[in-house]
Design a protein. Structure first.
Length: 278
């Protein structure tokens, strides 16, 4: 029988450490999906600077989470919130289970600056949203087929992987930090295509994907329930790269996760030269 993985259990101080031996045809994407983690996490805990793997290479896996569930936290129910000393858009978004982008759109904010006492409208988080969208909300489409193609030599995908781990910051567009649409804009600039700056502009100006979503397509989300407020780049094999509010950095995650499927609104295809997407 072919051995797919070698799991080593170390009982030091009651900890359990897991390892995986790389098999022919495996990638960081496939291994991350198999163990329910992310490419960025695997690269970080193994000290990898590149996503390349060799057959027989042993990778350390994330330590499994404790079996005891954390104590339930009370869910905020307010639809408005008064800014307190020390609050940031990120801390408020985390508290109410929404994204920074959703707060920005709901309150027409053009910067991350807040004032003590400022009253913010808080969008209904997805977990509490009604099944039927409001008249202003984009209707959730049926989840399309996502291509299983993946070409690590694709210049666009190589450009996206270079940004893994770059810190997320609201409205940022620099070498030190990025927001979601700036990440997309910079990746496409590296392959010679200029895109609009914001996720809503990208959604509104690029051609709609008809049929299967393929590597290089932009995938869009609406976490606030009203307008497009997030974007990422589809990489193939069911995963996408994006500057994540919750991850606080550029990460790779699965589009099959219910959280993303519920917020998914569709895909757009930038008009790249054919050789770029081969």
């Amino acid at each position: 029988m072919r051995i797919l993985a070698v799991v080593v259990l170390l009982g030091l101080a009651g900890a359990q450490e897991l390892f995986h031996t790389v098999q022919r045809g495996e990638t960081l994407f496939s291994i991350a999906r198999r163990y329910g983690t992310t490419v960025e996490t695997l690269m970080r805990i193994n000290g990898l600077s590149r996503p390349n793997l060799e057959v027989g290479q042993v990778l350390r896996l994330p330590t499994p989470a404790p079996s005891n569930p954390p104590a339930a936290q009370p869910q905020p129910t307010a639809t408005t919130y008064s800014v307190q000393p020390g609050d940031t858009l990120f801390s408020i978004a985390r508290r109410f289970g929404v994204t920074v982008e959703a707060l920005q759109g709901e309150n027409s904010l053009t910067s991350a600056d807040l004032s003590v006492g400022q009253v913010l409208k808080v969008p209904t988080p997805l977990a509490m949203a009604p099944d039927a969208p409001s008249p202003q909300s984009p209707s959730p489409p049926e989840i399309p087929a996502f291509s299983n193609e993946y070409d690590p030599a694709n210049p666009l995908l190589q450009a996206a992987l270079k940004y893994l781990g770059t810190p997320y910051k609201f409205a940022a567009n620099s070498d030190a930090s990025l927001d979601c649409s700036a990440f997309v804009q910079r990746v496409y600039a590296e392959v010679g295509l200029e895109l609009p700056r914001t996720s809503r502009e990208q959604w509104g100006t690029l051609p709609v994907v008809q049929g299967e979503v393929k590597p290089g397509d932009l995938v869009f989300f609406s976490f606030g329930g009203r307008q497009i407020d997030h974007v990422g780049i589809y990489l193939g094999r069911g995963v996408f790269a994006h500057a994540s509010t919750y991850g606080s950095r550029v990460v790779i995650e699965s589009l099959e996760a219910p959280y993303y499927q519920k917020a998914y609104r569709g895909a757009r295809r930038p008009d790249l030269p054919a050789q770029t997407l081969k």
